[in-house]
Design a protein around this ligand. Sequence first.
Ligand SMILES: Nc1ncnc2c1ncn2[C@@H]1O[C@H](COP(=O)(O)OP(=O)(O)OP(=O)(O)O)[C@@H](O)[C@H]1O
Ligand SMILES: [Mg+2]
Length: 480
Amino acid sequence: MARIQTILIADPDTDFLAWTSTQLSSATTKVITSSDSEEAYRIFLREKPDILMAETHLSPFGGMELLGRIRQRAPNAIVVLTSAFGTTQAVIESMRLGAFDFVRKETLPFTLKAVIDAALKAQAEMRAATSAKPQLTVEEHQDSLVGKSEAMAQVFKVVGRVAMSDAPVMITGETGSGKELVARAVHTYSQRNGKSFVAINCAAIPEQLLESELFGHEKGAFTGAVGQRAGRFEQCNGGTLFLDEIGDMPLALQSKILRVLQDGEFSRVGGSATLKGDVRIIAATNKNLEQEVAEKKFREDLFYRLNVVRIQLPPLRQRAEDIRLLAEYFLQKVAARQRLPRLKISEDAIKVLESHNWPGNVRELENTIQRACVFATSDVLLPKDIPIGMSGALSDEVSANPSLANVVTKEMAIEALLKAAETDPNLQLLPFLEREFTLHSMRATNGNQVRAAKLLGITRATLRKRMEIFGISKELNITG
Ligand SMILES: Nc1ncnc2c1ncn2[C@@H]1O[C@H](COP(=O)(O)OP(=O)(O)OP(=O)(O)O)[C@@H](O)[C@H]1O
Ligand SMILES: [Mg+2]
């Protein structure tokens, strides 16, 4: 006869408990339910169920804490957390605490059986295995990696899983998709968090300097090497080294990186001594490395060595459900940075954002929101404020150089004018244009009248007169 499997389900919602119970109970499967975490904990210890599925918002303590307590007593327990919310932090943290899976509740009507089957299968495999993971403490982390799409949840899960190991991680994805942010998250959630995270852009440093930058040099190793110098590997001992744009690393250096990965060994330029270091390597590229390998531009052995864990970031256009959340997040970020009240965003404006295809990914969205805040004439962003579909050249220029995002160009003001004229047929074009230019240049220069006047090509006296006519100093709340 088949073994009877036991599933414990803890959830504050008794209707949900009744539903899962009918869905899952069978001749070979026993379902126990509880709406109380204290009770669920006791049941777990007594009944030793094969799997536990727990809600994050249980009381008296939440599912995350239940998970922590249970895994302290039973490090191999298979626990699936469920939640109506799937914040980045919750997903990463629960994976880090050793949850088997994190499932958003709204998906359960479709996925319950599959989720439970996968957990039971893992339990069966687990029963054979023995290795216990070290106990971890929960830490507070900033929720700066935003996303609630399924694709990003997968990314968070991998981040949570790999964080505690020292395995190299390879992050790939289009420009602006968040590779560096994910690399930092892997570091932050790892035991190396107290140590340094050192990023080095392999494409930005001339080939001759890159080796000494990475490994350091001895005195006199090359012209200009006046003293001995430690490289990034030494500097970040115990920490994480982020090799950005690894696809651009020269072949000769690739073999030296391979040596570090294999034996943890390297030498300074011009030095014969073998040094050892404890560095976790995370690499990123927006090149297609498989193709680079095929074309012999990238070492195959290094590729496999780095590709132990691969995080492929989905382009923003494939996760439109993240756009609203990201937009809100960036609005908050702009407000915090400029110490201004946070602007709201209209549903129609969100739709405009969601229908764009974002070749510059999250970075482009961030820039768009920043610029929209400059355009905004009320405390709600409307479609007219969203500078999408502006002259391509300008958009590209701004995506390539984020600091330009705060500079208001005449093209942008004209664009704002055209959009305003579209929605208000009685708009007085000339005064509007003059007012926009004045207002925007004052905002762009943080209220510096000399620079604003220069931007507009008028004298400071004229600027002051216009500000007075248009009541701009009050609106900007800038004195002087
Ligand atoms: N999921 C996210 N949540 C919040 N901010 C994000 C997210 N993804 C990216 N960003 C922001 O978008 C910008 C670009 O991200 P990042 O620098 O990590 O991209 P990248 O993939 O390294 O780009 P590139 O290939 O051009 O170097 C950053 O300002 C980053 O903070
Ligand atoms: Mg980057």
